[in-house]
Design a protein. Structure first.
Lengths: 111, 114
């Protein structure tokens, strides 16, 4: 199993550009999550999904959108990138609440 | 609301010292789960342990041990005979029985010097 994979690993965006962070898992987990981690801080939940076709906002959803058309994939869309979105983004998945498996992260810089 | 507090921002120890990382949580739920994750300098998040609210037994795994005390709402993590490879950021986290979200503490930076 590859676990949770994320692409790209690094990205630099200009202010106002858009991009999609990809996340996939091959563990047949129902639950998937997107977090951001700002320097020296813990993780904050952006969006989560409890299954295909179902998504919900987390703590910091503004400026982001998600979709979940399949169990495996959970892309995160940034529209009109802003410097405040410079962060490391982690995708995670879990069966239920037993423990989340995290991807390697995407380091995003918006300049 | 749920909250996790890791009051120790940074701890420095010398190799072979024992070190305890504190975690205090807040929740009104009777069923919940507590976790510890390790984030080494490479950046990935590594799951270390899960403990549910009905299991107050301490857990030991090699040099790692965890002390869960509901009376003080604490879930502390001890590393015995620390090693340089233990240097990382350690996060404590909490979720509810049917919760879909992990609430993370701010993390404790552990530096182990040789």
């Amino acid at each position: 199993n590859a676990g949770v994979t994320q692409t790209p690993k690094f990205r630099i965006l200009k202010i106002g550009q858009s991009m999609t962070l990809q996340c996939a898992q091959d563990m047949n987990h129902n639950y998937m999550y997107w977090y951001r981690q700002d320097p020296g801080m813990g993780l904050k939940l952006i969006y989560y999904s409890v299954g295909a076709g179902i998504t919900d906002k987390g703590e910091v959803p503004n400026g982001y959108n998600v979709s979940r058309s399949t169990t495996e994939d959970f892309p995160l869309r940034l529209e009109l990138a802003a410097p405040s979105q410079t962060s490391v983004y982690f995708c995670a998945s879990s069966f239920r609440w037993e423990g989340q498996y995290f991807g390697p992260g995407t380091r995003l810089t918006v300049t | 609301a749920q909250k996790v507090t890791q009051a120790q921002t940074e701890i420095s120890v010398v190799e072979k010292e024992d070190v305890t990382l504190d975690c205090v949580y807040e929740t009104r739920d009777t069923t919940y789960y507590l976790f510890w994750y390790k984030q080494p300098p490479s950046g990935e998040l590594v799951f270390l342990i899960r403990r549910n609210s009905f299991d107050e037994q301490n857990e030991i795994s090699g040099r790692y041990s965890w002390n869960f005390q509901k009376s003080t709402s604490s879930f502390n993590f001890t590393i015995t005979a620390s090693q340089v490879v233990d240097s990382a950021v350690y996060f404590c986290a909490l979720t509810m029985e049917y919760g879909n979200k992990l609430v993370f503490g701010a993390g404790t930076i552990l530096r182990v010097k040789s």
